[in-house]
Design a binder for this molecule. Structure first.
Ligand code: PLP
Length: 381
């Protein structure tokens, strides 16, 4: 990944490497073949910009996309006119016609939804494709085992519904030895035998690393496509896609006993040099990555060296101890908040959360540069 110069109107840059994104998709596709590898692009492609991410994945060969909400459907349909698009949150009150208009397939999670979709299908007099989500132990979306049996006994409830995919979602796939994985797998196999034949899917990024028993006909990675490692036990064959950088606005030297930041939570115990960097919690650096003298928080990369955040993370600024860094960084230099060896997972750990949350919040007000994927050009978001 090459660095761009920061533009004049914003100190920060979010670089998204679309070439690496495509390479990640191909590596996952190869790892799960002959199962199909779809792409989960909900939440604006995990914050990276569906408008750029979706065409890059399509060009790599991806033909099935998952979004969460229907409001993403219109844009994504325009980007990939002939792809299959599923909406994970399913049909909301009265939204069924809209699904049909944009040819988005709802993931149906209750008998009510099935019946609503069935009514639309019967009115249009053609089978309307959909996926069915069955719950196997996560207790979030999906038909309960009892609902599955009821549907099996009363198939007319789904009259007109073209059932293309039956899916479920794992609760503990990030812990490969957790017994719940096998329990959910067995429940899924048992319940799907009661239903009409359709493609089956249970694995997201972490689930697909649990091995071929979890691949079925289709896998649904999101996080791994964007370079995330959902499973610390076994690395997915992917590499980082994002780099977040921002500028040093100011450098100050402080004496022992002086404090840095709100609430004076960090006290210098030696003559210290502090870099003030233009990124804060409004840019996705969690306030939980703040550091006191007793608690080390987040860090940034200055070249190949890790420099610790000191004091509170505020809305627009962080303060970093650069006393030991040589050659001395200068005002205007870019530092790296994610990337250059500092992973999403590192940032997640430093702020008491997971890389997913870090990823989806990155750099909303920063300049965006997209590399590879057929077009190396910047775009101010
Ligand atoms: C978000 C989501 C995925 C993708 O999960 P990742 O861990 O990002 O790969 C897959 N399936 C469902 C049902 C989801 O909600």
């Amino acid at each position: 990944m090459t660095a761009d110069a920061a533009p004049a109107d914003t100190p920060g840059i979010l670089t998204v490497d679309l070439g690496q994104l495509a390479a990640n998709w191909r590596a996952l596709r190869d790892a799960v073949a002959p199962a199909e590898c779809a792409a989960v692009v909900k939440a604006d492609a995990y914050g990276l910009g569906a408008r750029r991410v979706v065409p890059a994945l399509y060009a790599a060969g991806c033909r099935t996309f998952f979004i969460a909400l229907l409001d993403e459907a219109r844009d994504i349909r325009r980007l990939v006119p002939d792809a299959v698009i599923y909406a994970l949150d399913g049909v909301l009150d009265g939204s069924a016609e809209y699904f049909a208009r944009f040819q988005v397939r709802p993931v149906l999670s209750s008998l009510d939804e099935i019946q609503e979709w069935s009514r639309v299908a019967q009115a249009t007099d053609q089978p309307l494709p959909a996926a069915l989500h069955i719950d196997t132990g996560l207790n979030r979306l999906g038909l309960s085992a009892r609902d599955v049996r009821r549907l099996a006994a009363e198939p007319h409830m789904a009259a007109g519904v073209g059932l293309n995919l039956i899916m479920s979602h794992l609760a503990c796939a990030d812990e490969p030895d957790h017994p719940k994985n096998r329990d959910q797998l067995l429940t899924f196999e048992t319940l799907t035998t009661l239903l009409p034949n359709a493609h089956r899917s249970i694995a997201a990024s972490d689930g697909l690393m649990l091995g071929p028993a979890y691949h079925f006909d289709l896998v649904r990675p999101g996080y791994a496509l964007y370079g995330g490692q959902a499973l610390s036990a076994q690395l997915a064959p992917v590499a980082p896609v994002v780099r977040l950088q921002s500028k040093i606005l100011h450098i100050r030297d402080i004496a022992p006993g002086e404090t840095v930041g709100y609430s004076a939570t960090w006290v210098a115990d030696r003559p210290s040099r502090i870099a003030i960097i233009a990124a804060g919690y409004a840019d996705g650096v969690s306030r939980a990555a703040s550091a006191t003298n007793a608690y080390s928080g987040g860090a940034v990369m200055i070249g190949t060296v890790r420099a610790p955040i000191v004091g509170r993370v505020s809305m627009d600024l962080i303060t970093v101890d650069i006393t030991d860094i040589a050659p001395a960084p200068q005002r205007g230099h870019l530092v790296t908040l994610i990337g250059d060896g500092l992973t999403l997972e590192d940032a997640g750990r430093a702020s008491g959360t997971i890389g997913y949350e870090v990823l989806t919040r990155l750099g909303r007000r920063f300049h965006r540069t997209y590399l590879g994927g057929g077009a190396d050009n910047g775009e101010v978001s």
